[in-house]
Design a protein around this ligand. Structure first.
Ligand SMILES: [Zn+2]
Length: 389
């Protein structure tokens, strides 16, 4: 429902405009912020929804001359001492209310940071590949689950190359890396990556050797091994929380120790990467926001004082022990035509070793994306499906 303003007035002492809503609530808006966000054509480039007004072009200690409410209660106008008038729509103001609750609600709507944690009992959300490509509702449900659960299985793709590219096209564009626009997971002679062998891969995130690792990964099964090759996934965020609870000291170590990662070789072109990352990223509020762990590319260069080496190994081992407990790991076997899409900043993934026969070679095609592009498509789909938010 359209929010309606009951009254609006200037609180000159506090330099706030007070808005009383018809539903009984009250919001406060700083003069400076209102002046900065004037929506008129002089202050805003409407075609880009971008600010034209410069910070140097108005008084950040401005007062107001008048605050008025339109008779229908849908707009508040503010006239400034410079004789400029700004008109604000009620729903625009309501969405930008400065109360902690309102800000939190808007942030959740913008970024969808709430996550559903899981363990081995997870029923992996599943969607139809072709529906996701052609139906906005199906595509939105796919991306919402990818964001909150971190993994979605897609079925029904043709068992041939080029399918991950179609899915990327649905979003926008792919994240290019040294392994190419898309890459092929197969047993390769003189493999430039442990993934390109038939050996087992312990759970890992991809590409911690990049300071900005790819946020999202799509993997498409083109052909599966005769035996073995089952996939394994674990919820790195959930396991990090479990570590924090079981062993706070280990959690502190993994969230504060910078670990060197390295990746050298030749694929799309030659590369020699080095990065320094914490195994577990946390934000300023202490929330887990990312996992960076690949045992194969963890560098033998370890930039730690001697006394911190053993505590680091102990902490890492504790985290891995939790992540490899059977009650925490989801195992599935991809069949030709199956696709798995997952959050590479949160999930760790691995596979069991496999046996290929010459006429049935295991072959997956993969691609990376970043969360910015995926979230952009998600917001557009949400607007298309549910209308303007
Ligand atoms: Zn203006």
């Amino acid at each position: 429902a359209q929010p309606l303003v009951r009254s609006a007035r200037a609180l000159n002492e506090e330099r706030l405009v007070e808005v009383e809503w018809e539903d009984g609530g009250r919001s406060l808006y700083p003069f400076t912020w209102l002046r900065d966000n004037c929506q008129c054509p002089l202050c805003t480039l409407d075609s880009a929804q971008a600010r034209k007004l410069l910070l140097s072009n108005f008084d950040i200690n401005t007062g107001v001359d008048a605050v008025e409410l339109t008779s229908d209660g849908q707009q508040v106008s503010v006239t400034w001492p410079e004789k400029h008038t700004s008109v604000f729509n009620a729903n625009w103001l309501k969405k930008r209310c400065f109360s902690a609750t309102a800000r939190q609600a808007v942030q959740e709507e913008l970024f969808l940071n709430e996550r559903q944690y899981w363990d081995a009992t997870l029923q992996v959300p599943t969607a139809d590949f072709n529906q996701v490509l052609h139906d906005d509702k199906a595509a939105l449900a796919w991306l919402l689950a990818l964001r909150s659960v971190g993994v979605v299985y897609l079925r029904g793709a043709p068992a041939e190359e080029g399918q991950v590219a179609k899915l990327v096209e649905r979003i926008g564009y792919a994240r290019m890396t040294f392994y190419g626009h898309t890459w092929h997971v197969q047993d390769k002679p003189m493999a430039n990556n442990v993934a390109y062998t038939s050996g087992m891969l312990v759970v890992h995130t991809d590409y911690p050797a990049l300071h900005f690792a790819p946020g999202v990964q799509f993997l498409h099964c083109i052909s599966q091994a005769v035996e073995g090759g089952e996939s394994q996934i674990v919820d790195g965020f959930h396991m990090a929380e479990q570590l924090r609870e079981e062993d706070p000291e280990a959690f502190r170590t993994l969230t504060s120790t910078l670990v060197d990662f390295t990746d050298t070789g030749k694929d799309y072109c030659d590369f020699m990467l080095q990065s320094k990352k914490c195994i577990i990223d946390v934000n300023s509020g202490g929330q887990v926001t990312g996992i960076n762990y690949n045992n194969a590319t963890r560098d033998s260069v370890l930039d730690l004082p001697l006394s911190q080496v053993q505590p680091f190994y102990r902490a890492l081992r504790r985290y891995l022990d939790i992540m490899t407990r059977p009650e925490n790991v989801v195992t599935y076997r991809m069949e030709p035509g199956d696709l798995v899409t997952f959050d590479n900043s949160r999930l760790l993934h691995g596979r069991k070793s496999y046996v290929s026969s010459p006429d049935r070679v295991r072959h997956l095609e993969g691609v990376y994306l970043d969360w910015d592009e995926v979230m952009s498509r998600l917001r557009i789909l949400r607007k298309a499906v549910h209308g303007d938010a």
